[in-house]
Structure formats: structure tokens, C-alpha cells
Design a binder for this molecule. Structure first.
Ligand code: ATP
Ligand code: MG
Length: 571
């Protein structure tokens, strides 16, 4: 296993679900077993919210020597696809978790679920109902008013068995009938007002093909699947709290092994949507380049962007779980990404918006190999040689002809340090016809090689550079938040969330100049480009033609000063 994927020891810190498990182990409720499952519906790619659930289910079981199943909750053939199954498996593995030989599908249980439905019919606990979906809704009542019983509620067992068998045989059109549990139309819990167990759907399922023309509802499939798999703690998100009485009811009526459902808070993140339906809309409308677009909160998107599985796990451990839904700052996730990349990413020099610098007193044709530290956080990463020559590139923003106050980078007459190189002083500029600076002429002090002056004089700024003759040309993709509002669902009347898409979420820079060691990265290789941020090689990288994604910026102190200045002017 790739070391970055190796799960760290589960955190010793506690949460209420862990407390329940500890208590159950103490009382020997499940014979000392801890068995969880992660149950995605294969109707989209996994997102950062799912990571929280994966971390919780796999992490808790691992801590107590238990097991975790991967189970596809594939009861809705109209929206599910093999492509999603494959990506989900790949993503769970990437996050660092292993279901071993325990890969299951709810669709594997369709025959058993059918038998259980027949069992409930025979016990007088389920009936075939001919009301349409609309009528079922009208009969259900509201939170303040009880529902009305279906006129089909008191069909005989024989008639129900016959009709249900014919539903299965495909005799009836979609939506014409349902199988419903006979519970209580006056229950204060709407989920108990004769919930639908099976619906008729003539659809091709990605695994069972056309075998079935009826499909179980989530509530009739989930608990029983947990039971079949002998899950001990069935951990799900809070919106299922009101479904728990139904989960328990089915299991009790069937008299089968009873797992415990426990609910926790969903992850919500600022500037981010975590709904597969909405993410699918972004993909289908071409608002992003696909499910794995680095702007997407999908785990495949974050992976492509350069996030590490370790950073995501650390984030999950930090936010923990609770019983109330809240919103986490996107900045916190970015913090854990920076923290992890700071430790593991080798440093390199790259110039994104190049400005040519000519060192007039540096010998023509001379090339020196400067020694550069690969990772100050990791001595074992060693050093590398970076070529230095007479013509270099620096960032355009590292030179100002008229430097504002507090700007200490290069400007006429100002001396700065070139990282791992020499002190240089700007002498003059060359402008094009449009008056833009295209070249800065400098002199260097040969005594300052390595970055220090023998006479002890100081410079206030160190800037990065790339030797022009040795530079590798690259495309670099910069990302901002996909949405402009902290809550992307907050819109003006008549708009949908796409109105909040950030038009500047992607900026593509071409002609960027990289140091030669970056010529042939493998897709996924991560670096810190000094002073700029963390970057990961994109799968679009071709030999000698790197494409990098900015994973996350470093905190830029100058941008902050300048912004504060502007705000000062405005107010
Ligand atoms: P979505 O609303 O994005 O479609 P979902 O809940 O329908 O999500 P599932 O595939 O059913 O997606 O989810 C699998 C598991 O992941 C479930 O146990 C679900 O509760 C959990 N999960 C989904 N979204 C989140 C989230 N934002 N935070 C924590 N857990 C989540
Ligand atoms: Mg779901």
C-alpha cells in the first residue's frame, strides 16, 4: 500500500458513537463484535461528505478489531450505473480503506427481500394498494392531521399474494400498484403511515438486468441488508432518524437479527454543495469538466486537485461527529491539506507569470548549478541542483517600477535575494510599444552566492526564479471556490444554485516556466512551488508538457496587505 494511504492509528479521541460501541462491548451486546458498513448508492461519485462516513465506519471498526463492509445500496435502477460502482470502489481504496472480501450489493438480496415481503403479507402486515402515487400522498395526511386508510388496506391475504406475484411477473404497468406495510395511518411519524415497500418499475438494473419489474424501497432494503450482513452498528446521517422506527419495525416483524441504527450529523461545507443530484447537474450542464474536475467536492476531484487521503482523514478526525447539523468552514479542510503537504511535498521553483530578468554583469554562456533543499521539513528528502544563468524569469508581481510603501521586492535600485542564488539589484527596464515592462536589467554581486553577503548587509526580500534557457514550459490551472456564496443554495427568487457559480473558479495559465526537475512529472505528483502554493500534476500531463493544478495557495501576506489597503481606501 502506498504509505500516504496507510490509515493512521484511529484517533484516541472519543465521540458519542464510539461511546456506544465501547458500552456495547462492555455489555457484550453483540458477542464482542463490531461490524459496520459503508452503504453508498451508486448514483454518482463520492464527495467529501461521504469521506466523513467512510472514515467513521471504517475507522471505528478498525479501532476495535472489527470489520466494515462495502455495500452498494442499488435499489433504484433508473439512476444507478456501473461507472459509479467502479469509481466508488476506487475512491474508498484511495482513501486508504479495505473491505477485504466483503463487497456486497443490496440487489444480491432481492430474492430474500421478496420472500420477506411475502412473509409480511401472510402475517397480514402488508397489502397491495392500487392508489396512485398522488393519492398515496393525499391519503398520508400531514404532521398535524392523521392519514386516511387506503380502500385496499383490507384485501385478503390470498388476493394480496396473488397480486404481489403478478406485480413481480411484470403484469402491471409502472406506478399502478404498490406493496405497502400495514402499520398505522394515524402515527405521528409519517414514515409509519403504511409506507411503500415495493414499487413497480420496468427498468433494467445494472446488475440484475430485466429480472425484476418490482424494486424494494430504501427502507425495506436497508435494515434487512444490515441484518443479513450481521452488522452491529448501522451508522447513518441524521435525516434517517425518523426512519429508525420503521427500520426497527421491519426487523421485529420479520423476527430477524437486529442491528442498531445510529445517526450522526452530515458534513456541510461553506462554498460547497454536497448533493449528488446537484453535482450531477453541474456535470450534465457542462458547468465543470466532469465529476473529477478539480473544482468539484467529489473525492475524485479533490484527488485530481492534489488533496491527499491523509489530509482528508485528518480533517474528518478534526471535525468529529455530533447530533446536530452545522456548517464547517472550507478553510479548515484547506488547512489540513496545507499541513499534510507541507510535510510531504518536495519544493520546486516555478514562475507562473514570467518577466524576463537579464543580469548584465553575469558572464554570457555561464551556467552554475545551485544546490536547493528539497524539503526543509524532511531532511531525508535531500537536495537537488538548479541551473542558474544570465537570463532568468521571475514573477511579474515581484517587480514594481514604482514600488508602493511596504513593497520590498525588486524595484529600480533595490537589492533582493534570488532563492539559492545571488543578490541582484534592478538597474533599468525595457518596455514594449504598449508601455509594458518586458525585461528588467540587473546586476548581481558575485560575493553573495548561496544567499548571504560577506559584509553582512541584509535584503528584505527573497524571490524565486527559473533560468530561461533551462525552463520547462507548462500549463498551470488555478482554482478558486466553485461558488461565490458561503451557502450556494441561497439564491434570488427564480434562480437556482447555478446562479452562484463563480465565473473565475478556473484560470488557465500557459507559458509558465518551471525548473528542469519538473519536466516529466507523473500524474498526481505533488510539489510546493516556492512562495506560490501546492501544485499537483494533472492527468492531462504529456511527456515534456506538464500540466499542473494548484491544490491550495500558501497564505500570501502581500495580497493581504494590499487588500487591507484597498479596503482602507474604500471605507
Ligand atoms: P447525497 O445527498 O449527496 O446524494 P446520499 O446520502 O444520498 O448523499 P449515499 O450514497 O446514500 O448518498 O450515502 C452513503 C453514505 O454516506 C450514507 O450512509 C450517507 O448517510 C453518508 N453521507 C452522504 N452524504 C454525507 C455527508 N454530507 N456527510 C456525512 N455522511 C454522508
Ligand atoms: Mg442516499
Amino acid at each position: 500500500m502506498n504509505p500516504e494511504n496507510a490509515p493512521e492509528k484511529p484517533p484516541a479521541h472519543s465521540n458519542f458513537i464510539r461511546d456506544i460501541i465501547v458500552e456495547d462491548l462492555k455489555t457484550n451486546k453483540y458477542g464482542g463484535r463490531v461490524h459496520t458498513r459503508f452503504p453508498p448508492e451508486p448514483n454518482g461519485y463520492l464527495h467529501i461528505g461521504h469521506a466523513k462516513s467512510i472514515w467513521l465506519n471504517f475507522g471505528l471498526a478498525a479501532e476495535f478489531g472489527g470489520k466494515t463492509n462495502l455495500r452498494f445500496d442499488d435499489t433504484n435502477p433508473e439512476k444507478e450505473e456501473q461507472e459509479y460502482v467502479d469509481s466508488i470502489k476506487d475512491t474508498v481504496r484511495w482513501l486508504g480503506y479495505d473491505w477485504e472480501d466483503r463487497l456486497f450489493y443490496a440487489s444480491d438480496y432481492f430474492p430474500q427481500l421478496y420472500e420477506w415481503a411475502v412473509q409480511l403479507i401472510k402475517a397480514g402486515k402488508a397489502y397491495v394498494c392500487d392508489l396512485s402515487a398522488d393519492e398515496v400522498r393525499q391519503y398520508r395526511g400531514t404532521l398535524t392531521e392523521p392519514g386516511k386508510e387506503s380502500p385496499y388496506r383490507n384485501r385478503s391475504v390470498e388476493e394480496n399474494l396473488d397480486l404481489f406475484a403478478r406485480m413481480r411477473a411484470g403484469e402491471f404497468p409502472d406506478g399502478s400498484r404498490t406493496l405497502r406495510a400495514k402499520i398505522d395511518m394515524a402515527s405521528p411519524n409519517l414514515n409509519l403511515r403504511d409506507p411503500v415497500m415495493y414499487r413497480i418499475l420496468h427498468a433494467t438494473h445494472h446488475r440484475t438486468g430485466d429480472q425484476w419489474s418490482i424494486y424494494p424501497m430504501y427502507d425495506f432494503a436497508h435494515g434487512q441488508s444490515d441484518s443479513i450482513e450481521r452488522v452491529t452498528h448501522s451508522i447513518c446521517t441524521l435525516e434517517f432518524e425518523d426512519h429508525r422506527p420503521l427500520y426497527d419495525w421491519y426487523i421485529e416483524q420479520l423476527g430477524i437479527y437486529h442491528p442498531q441504527q445510529i445517526e450522526f450529523d452530515r458534513l456541510n461545507l461553506t462554498y460547497t454543495l454536497l448533493s449528488k443530484r446537484k453535482l450531477l447537474q453541474l456535470v450534465q450542464e457542462g458547468r465543470v469538466r466532469g465529476w473529477d474536475d478539480p473544482r468539484m467536492p467529489t473525492l475524485s476531484g479533490l484527488r485530481r486537485r492534489g488533496y491527499t487521503p491523509q489530509a482528508i482523514r485528518n480533517f474528518c478526525a478534526a471535525i468529529g461527529v455530533s447530533k446536530t447539523n452545522g456548517i464547517i468552514e472550507l478553510g479548515l479542510l484547506e488547512h489540513y491539506v496545507r499541513e499534510d503537504l507541507n510535510r510531504r511535498a518536495p519544493r520546486a521553483m516555478a514562475v507562473l507569470r514570467p518577466l524576463k530578468v537579464v543580469i548584465d554583469n553575469y558572464p554570457e554562456g555561464q551556467v552554475e548549478e545551485m544546490e536547493a533543499v528539497n524539503n526543509p521539513e524532511d531532511a531525508s528528502a535531500g537536495t537537488r541542483k538548479v541551473p542558474f544563468s544570465r537570463v532568468l524569469y521571475i514573477e511579474q508581481e515581484d517587480f514594481r517600477e514604482d514600488p508602493p510603501k511596504q513593497y520590498y521586492r525588486l524595484s529600480p535600485g533595490r537589492e533582493v535575494r534570488l532563492r539559492y542564488g545571488y543578490f541582484i539589484t534592478a538597474r533599468s527596464v525595457v518596455k514594449n510599444a504598449a508601455g509594458e515592462i518586458v525585461e528588467v536589467h540587473c546586476t548581481y554581486d558575485p560575493e553573495t552566492r548561496g544567499g548571504n553577503a560577506p559584509d553582512g548587509r541584509k535584503v528584505k526580500s527573497t524571490i524565486h526564479w527559473v533560468s530561461a534557457e533551462h525552463a520547462v514550459e507548462a500549463e498551470v490551472r488555478l482554482y478558486e471556490n466553485l461558488f461565490t456564496r458561503p451557502n450556494p443554495n441561497e439564491t434570488e427568487p427564480g434562480q437556482d444554485f447555478t446562479a452562484n457559480l463563480n465565473p473565475h473558479s478556473l484560470e488557465v495559465l500557459t507559458g509558465c516556466k518551471l525548473e528542469p526537475s519538473l519536466a516529466n512529472p507523473a500524474a498526481g505528483d505533488r510539489y510546493q512551488f516556492e512562495r506560490l502554493g501546492y501544485f499537483a500534476a494533472d492527468p492531462d500531463t504529456a511527456p515534456g508538457k506538464p500540466v499542473f493544478n494548484r491544490t491550495v495557495a500558501l497564505r500570501d501576506t502581500w495580497a493581504k496587505i494590499e487588500k487591507r489597503g484597498q479596503e482602507g481606501v474604500r471605507s
